[in-house]
Design a protein around this ligand. Sequence first.
Ligand code: 13P
Length: 247
Amino acid sequence: MRYFIGNWKMFGVPKSISILNKINSYYSKDKNRNKYRVIITPPYTLIESYSKYFKNKKILIGAQNCYQKEQFSSNTAAVSSYMLRSVGAKYTLVGHSDNRAEGDTDAMLKDKVRYAIKNNLKVVFCIGENKLEKKNKKTLSVLKRQLAKVLEKKFNRNNIIIAYEPIWSIGTGKIPTAQDLKKTTIHIKKVLKGIFKKNSPAVLYGGSVDGNNVEMFKEIKEIDGFLIGGASKTSKKFIDIIKNYYR
Ligand code: 13P
């Protein structure tokens, strides 16, 4: 199974559902549709209405983050996985570099993953090195540490997907070389096998993915799909990624 996940970040109002409608009609008719899943993570404000709308359709709705406590708490503006599940979310991102930069620690991320799984959300756990770490050839050790600090064997690996998003690639148009990306993805899967003592969960790539460069990514069979930011905000760009992937 391949995954095309659109992360809208701080984008979208109720009428933006027209973008998803177009993606959904492409997806529903695509002859390759059984090979992949489409998940969109709109902002919190749209999760309930979009989940209701797409309830019996192909597209799944997820959240971009969740709070590190189980159900209810006295943390102003916080939203738990329990609350997300109650309004129809099926997935949640955890550990996006935007949120790590705003203070999410490994300990907080571990609780987020734990409670998300407990509340029946599938977790898309994001990891990635920054520019300096890449320059200093620390990529593989950074990724290993990010995985080992948060994931545990007892977490149900069927509910976990990993998204490798190099920070220097997000929103910059810069992407890793095919050779580097293949090596990195194999490394991530090896680390995951070590943690879970079973086959690795799916590993996605994210960072400046578009309809053109997806041709290069599809050659790397170890990559199980994509986490797409900018190009998920217009139906044409998002559909082009899927089209060109299966071309
Ligand atoms: P871009 O596709 O805009 O580079 O964003 C990637 C990302 O951060 C998705 O979570």
